[in-house]
Write a protein that binds this ligand. Structure first.
Ligand SMILES: *Cc1c(COP(=O)(O)O)cnc(C)c1O
Length: 398
């Protein structure tokens, strides 16, 4: 036995069970149509909700800043000083989000690693977390010494039972995704806040799929529910609707001041690059001035989802532009995705461990960059492949 044999074995096991992830290569900017593995295909799987990833205004802002600030920050902000550019983004984001302050991170994933262990840093603390929370929350929780309590997905009653169990804890931190990334359902945040208020728990929401999507002009889930001031910690990403890469936390000025002293990815890892930050500033400026892209995104989503339902596809419990097409076994979803690609539609299959076994799906991501013709092209391809594979007549049992 070679000492690396376990790698080979694990890889062949993944291939046999249809769980091996073939990563395709993109040779163009993001947009409605992209070049993938040498072929021009309709893009139905990126998180480029508003089409900002290749928006000329973001590109121009990124280009302009190169002359003023160069390409890299060359340091950790707390050690060698922070660029005025990062401060500018954080101020603009705070105004946009209608909070006192924000702090940017290198990614949304990192933002969770930064915030969770800083807030819940003792075995006397408790973290109460939704069972379907994103991997970056799960890993953030693993970095904390706090005791963990997992509540049934989006179930406020179960949350209350866990809060009751945890009521002796020093600090209690409830964490939920805002929009659940695999199913597209929205957390019942007002009920969660109510439970939190009763037990004096902190509420943290990771709004990665809600930023730029939910609320007025894409201000996110707190604005969507009109519960400003009741959520203590908001995590956002700049890598999805904002079209760039990065993450942030939004909340009270004191929270941000605390994180600048305590959050390890802020203290020990370099900041995002000037072009990234400049492009994000342009994205915030656009969203602050017009609701057009967000409106277009929702029009497209409604159109596509209604048509898919009419065709007989099961799109699950989605309330957002995330449109899962439920197909059962991972191998069925992979076959479906392959056939779509043959028909020039790029939509990836998602299986275990990202979603539970037997709940594999194609996850269609709608964008404001899609035209109505693009959506019709996708619908035609889904119809054709669905008939070929017998998914439109057969009932799936998960
Ligand atoms: C995508 C996502 C992240 C990660 O964001 P990045 O900026 O890509 O690191 C974090 N949390 C949730 C809920 C997400 O959906």
């Amino acid at each position: 036995m070679g000492k690396l044999d376990f790698i080979k074995e694990e890889l062949s096991r993944l291939k046999e069970t249809g769980l091996y992830n073939n990563i395709r290569t993109i040779e163009s900017p993001q947009g409605a149509w992209i070049k993938v593995d040498g072929k021009r295909v309709l893009n139905m799987c990126s998180n480029n909700y508003l089409g900002f990833a290749n928006d000329p205004r973001l590109l121009e802002s990124a280009r302009k800043v190169l002359g003023e600030f160069g390409v890299g920050p060359a340091a950790v902000r707390s050690i060698a000083g922070t660029m005025s550019l990062h401060n500018q983004l954080e101020k603009k984001l705070a105004e946009f989000k209608e909070v006192e302050a924000t702090l940017s991170f290198q990614s949304g994933f990192v933002a969770n690693q930064a915030v969770i262990p800083a807030i819940a840093d003792s075995a006397d603390d408790a973290i109460i977390t939704d069972e379907l929370n994103h991997a970056s929350i799960i890993d953030g929780v693993r970095l904390s010494k706090a005791k963990r309590y997992i509540y049934a997905h989006n179930n406020a009653n179960d949350l209350k039972s866990r809060l009751e169990e945890a009521k002796e804890a020093r600090r209690k931190l409830i964490i939920t995704d805002g929009v659940f990334s695999m199913d597209g359902d929205i957390a019942s945040l007002p009920e969660i806040c109510e439970a939190a208020e009763k037990y004096e728990a902190l509420v943290m929401v990771d709004d990665a799929h809600g930023e730029g999507v939910l609320g007025k002009n894409g201000r996110g889930i707190v604005d969507h529910f009109h519960i400003h001031g009741r959520v203590d910690i908001e995590i956002g990403t700049l890598s999805k609707a904002f079209g760039v890469v990065g993450g942030f936390v939004a909340g009270k000025a004191g929270l941000v001041e605390f994180l600048k002293q305590k959050a390890r990815p802020f203290l020990f890892s370099s900041a995002a690059t000037p072009p990234d930050i400049a492009a994000c500033i342009a994205a915030v400026d656009i969203l602050s001035s017009t609701e057009e892209p967000v409106k277009k995104l929702w029009e497209n989503s409604r159109y596509f989802k209604n048509k898919m339902k009419e065709l007989g596809f099961d799109t699950g419990v989605s309330q957002t532009p995330i449109t899962p097409v439920m197909l059962g076994e991972a191998s069925a979803a992979q076959e479906f995705s392959r056939k779509l690609f043959e028909n020039n539609v790029f939509a990836m299959a998602i299986g275990f461990p990202t979603v539970p076994k037997g709940k594999a799906r194609i996850r269609v991501m709608i964008s404001a960059a899609h035209s109505k013709e693009d959506l019709d092209t996708a619908l035609d391809a889904f119809t054709k492949v669905g008939k070929e594979l017998g998914c439109l007549s057969a009932k799936y049992i998960y």
